[in-house]
Structures are given as C-alpha cells and as structure tokens.
Write a protein that binds this ligand. Structure first.
Ligand code: SF4
Ligand code: SF4
Length: 270
C-alpha cells in the first residue's frame, strides 16, 4: 500500500521497498497478484485501462465511488483468494508504465495533494500504515540487491515481498560463495543477469504448470530458522510452491535451483 512516495524510506535510513527507485514499485498488498491470471498480458491492459479512465474522473466522492463500481463490474481479472481484496484503484503512476501503485494517493497525478484513500475497501488508515513483513525482515543489503537486479514492477513486487524466497536464495548463494554478495560485483552485466535468472524463478519456472497464478507472499510471517543449505533449499522450494499454488518440492525443481545457484557462485568467485 506504499508507505509513502519517497524513494529512501522517508529519511529513516531504510530503502523504501514499496518504491525503491524511479523505475519500479510494488503494489502487492493492494491485491495486485490476487487474481487467477497475473501474467503481464492480463495485468498491463487492465491497469492501463483503469489509469486512463481515472484520469478523467473528477476528484469528488460520488464520481470516485462510481469509478470504483465501474472498474469492479467490468474488470477482466478474476479474484483468486476471496479474503484478499483486489483494489480498483491500483494503476500506473507514470507515463511510461514503470510504476504501479495507488491512484488515490495524495501524490498521484491529478489529486493535488489530497488523500482520497478513505474510499478504499480497507479504509485510509490501513492503506497508510501497512508495512509488509519484508520491510523489517529483509536486511537492507538484500533489499538493495533485489531492487538493483529486478528491472520491472511485476517481477519486483513478486520477489521483494517474499521474505522466505529472498533469504533462502541469497543464503544459498552466499553459502556457496563463502561470502556476501556485493552490489558492486553486480555491475558486471553477466553476473547481474545470472542473479536475475535465479530471481525470475518466481515468474518463469519450467516445471510449473502453465497456470498463470503467481501468488504474492506479502502477508506471510514465518519464523526464519534455516540452519543449513538443506533448510534454505527447502524454504526456496516452499516459496515457489506457494507462488505457483502447486507442489514444487521436487527433485527437478531442486536441481534447477541449485544449478543456477552454483553457476552464479562459480562465476562470481572466478
Ligand atoms: S507489499 Fe510491502 S513492499 Fe509492496 S507495496 Fe505493500 S508494503 Fe510496500
Ligand atoms: S486505496 Fe490505494 S493504497 Fe489502498 S489498497 Fe487501494 S491502491 Fe492500495
């Protein structure tokens, strides 16, 4: 729900993972991925449609409520989990469609600093004050790595909100390398790409069925107790299983994850 619009965590010293830079953002907790088809082909046209419509809506309660009802009635996306609201006010925040987020936010185009989030299903307070577990549970350096490596909003929001996936994957890599990943080494395009290929397992996993479900893990709080490589691998496979909503704790999947980890680690340590 995007804690605020700044890119530096509002001066807290923490990276604002909702909006880490001007080329990507997250809207997972607004229900962006809680749909039966979370592919780019499904999400982009719907977000584009409602963003364009919203541009012409007068910023008055009745008109904004009418917009909400219209989007809800005409949306092509089908809700996945009935307990998680898919907000009608998620849209693109910039001309180039790089940033997704709340069109009711006071900083969003046309709102002239007025906060309209009171019209949200969750109520304004929930929208303003929600921080997903990744805010506190991901080390700053891992947030930096994910924001640096993942190029687009759709994959970024899926990855950065999944604490188990981020910690298990980086844990496995660092175990293999015998040291921490550094942002500076990722300036090498080949290494950056190899790490992206690993993080992209959250979106493109050859052994997953062709369902377009990509569940977001943004609300899952789990005690992190990994003490070995096997534990880390288990967490990674469980995270992938949650994302694709199918059992991916399989030998095939394990081999794929580990082959990419080993490839990255060996290249980085050359
Ligand atoms: S899921 Fe987390 S990172 Fe994403 S917009 Fe919500 S609070 Fe921000
Ligand atoms: S009103 Fe805005 S912040 Fe609240 S759920 Fe909807 S898009 Fe997210």
């Amino acid at each position: 729900m995007q804690a605020d619009s700044s890119v530096n965590g509002g001066g807290s010293g923490m990276i604002n993972i909702c909006r880490p830079n001007e080329s990507k953002s997250c809207a997972a907790c607004c229900g962006l991925y809680n749909v039966t088809d979370a592919s780019s082909e499904a999400l982009i046209p719907e977000l584009r449609r409602r963003t364009r419509l919203f541009g012409d809506v007068p910023r008055k309660v009745d008109e904004l409520s009418g917009f909400k009802e219209f989007v809800s009635d005409t949306c092509n996306l089908k809700q996945l989990d009935p307990d998680i609201h898919v907000c009608e006010f998620i849209g693109f925040l910039d001309f180039h469609e790089q940033m997704v987020g709340c069109m009711l936010h006071p900083c969003s185009s046309g709102n002239r600093g007025v906060d309209f989030r009171g019209l949200c299903h969750y109520g304004a307070m929930a929208c303003k004050s929600f921080y997903c577990p990744a805010w506190m549970e991901l080390p700053e350096r891992i947030k930096d790595v994910v924001a640096y490596v993942v190029p687009d909003w759709r994959v970024y929001g899926l990855v950065v909100t999944d604490v188990g996936f981020c910690l298990s994957i980086t844990g496995l890599i660092e175990l293999r390398m015998g040291r921490e990943i550094s942002i500076s080494e990722l300036n090498a395009p080949i290494l950056k790409q190899k790490l992206l290929d690993i993080l992209l397992l959250k979106d493109k996993l050859p052994m997953a069925s062709d369902a377009r479900v990509r569940r977001s893990n943004y609300y899952v709080r789990k005690r992190w107790e990994a003490t070995s490589g096997d534990d880390l691998l288990c967490y990674a496979l469980e995270s992938l299983s949650f994302t694709y909503d199918e059992n991916l704790v399989t030998l095939d999947c394990k081999d794929l994850v580990m082959s990419r980890i080993v490839e990255f680690a060996e290249l980085a340590n050359k």
